[in-house]
Design a protein around this ligand. Sequence first.
Ligand code: UFG
Length: 332
Amino acid sequence: MKESASAGKPVLVVGGAGYIGSHMVSALVAAGREVVILDNLSTGHRALLNPAALFVEGACGDRALVERILIDHAIGGVMHFAASSLVGESVQDPLKYYRNNLAQTVELLSAMQSVGVPYFVLSSTAAVYGEPQSVPIAESHPSRPTNPYGSTKAALERLLAEVEVASGMRHMSLRYFNAAGAHPDGTIGERHEPESHLIPIMIQVALGQRPHAQVFGTDWPTEDGSCVRDYIHVCDLADAHMVALQALERGAASSTYNLGTGKGYSVLQVIDTVRRITAHPVPVVVSGRRAGDPAVLVANADRIRSDLGWIPQRSDLDTIVSSAWNWHRRSA
Ligand code: UFG
C-alpha cells in the first residue's frame, strides 16, 4: 500500500471534549500527534479538554469555520465523535437527531471535500443493526435500526460510501458496542447529564449520589434474566481508532468494523462487580423492561482483529469498573 501524503499530519477531533473523544485526544497526544479539537460544548466539558491540543469552540455544521480550521492547521484527517446519542431521546425528538447527527455532519463533510481532506473516521454504533437476528453480531448482519439514533448513524455510513465514490474520500466506520471505563490516570472519564448508562449509574449509587438504581427487567431470555451487553473499555476504543487512522494513512480501503470484545456480561454481573470493587451494597430495585432494549448485544469483532490487528487490552469487567470507579471518586 502507498503511504498517503497526509500520514502524520494534524488530526481534527470533532467532539474532543466528550467522553470518547477526550480519550481519543489523549491517545493521539501520547502518540506524538498534533491535535485540533472542535466542540460546541453542548454535551462536552471544558474539564475534559486536553491541554496539549488546540481547542476551537464551535459547531461542525459551521462550514466556514471548519474550512478555516482544515486549511489553517493543514489537517490530514478528521475523527468525528460529536453526536446526540440517547436512544430514548431520539424516539421522542427525531428531528434533533437528524439535525445534530446528519445535517451537521453533511456540512463537516462538505468542508472536508472542498478543502480536499482525504479521510474520515466515524463513531458509529451497534444501534445500526436493530433487533439482532443472531448473536454474536458480525458486520454482515442486516442493518435495520429501530430508533432514530441508529437510523442517523446508518445514514451517515451510507453517505460516506457515496461521498467516497464522488470524491475519493476514504473512511472507517467504527460500530461501538457498550463504551465504558475511564483513563487509567484518572483525569478523564464518563460524564453525561443526565446519566443513563449502567456503570456510571451504579457507581453514583456507590458514591451515595442516588439512593438506589433500577434493573430494567430480570425476565429476559438470558441465563440470569437480565440483559447482556458487550462492554468495551474506552481506551481500547481509542486504540482501535488509532489503528484505523493509521490504516487510512497507509492507503487502506474504507471499511466498517465492530468494536467489542465478543464477550457479554449481564446487568446483574455488572452490578455484582460494582459491589465488589466499590465495597458498597449498591441497592437496586427491579423495574419493568426499558423500551427498545434488545436482550443480548454482543459483537463479533473478528474483522478488525484480522485486518488491523486490534486486540482489546483492558476490557475485562474488573478493569472497566475499577477505572470508572477511580475517575468518579476523583471527580465527585
Ligand atoms: N440498565 C439498567 N439500569 C439502568 C441503566 C441501564 O438495568 O439504570 C440496563 C439496560 O437496560 C441495558 C444495560 O443496562 O440492558 C446497558 O444499558 P446502557 O444504557 O448502559 O447501554 P445501552 O446498551 O442501552 O446503549 C448502548 C450505547 C448506545 C447504543 C446502544 C445500542 O450506549 O449508544 O448500546 O443499542 F445505541
